[in-house]
Design a protein around this ligand. Sequence first.
Ligand SMILES: [Zn+2]
Length: 172
Amino acid sequence: MPLSRSETMSRIRSRNTGPELIVRHALHAAGLRYRLHVRDLPGTPDIVLPSRRVVVEVRGCFWHQHPGCDNARLPATRQDYWLPKLARNVTRDRQNATTLHRMGWKVLVVWTCGISDQGLAALAARIKQIPRKSDLAGPRRIGHAGRHGCSNTARPREANRRLKRSSMDHVV
Ligand SMILES: [Zn+2]
């Protein structure tokens, strides 16, 4: 049975949605390990790989206004409602990505329209190319900070600097 627009949107909006699960399963199958919905980081990123200092954001094309994507087109009616709402999402995404980038995280964005076996394999390969921080910073000197397991706060300065060259990057 087809879903109404609002049902579809509420599904896309909620955490642990289908697309996010698909991405998680693909990364896990590729041997990558991650933390979920890390509240210590800006925007509570969906999927976080602390060892590589990588954040994977799974974005619904409509809610996050995937540029040039058919799925991002506004409904013909109530544009005065949708426009500011979606603009806020886009602004927030950009701000979070900028802050994460400044903190030395690489942000990989997966748009839901682009989820395919091929795209996910490319994503996993891309992540694996990013060195683990232990490869960069020597033996792990830091413990977990807080119950979310984010070791970000205690990161050695040198490693931060060296990882900063990584830029925000959109994949898939
Ligand atoms: Zn799209």
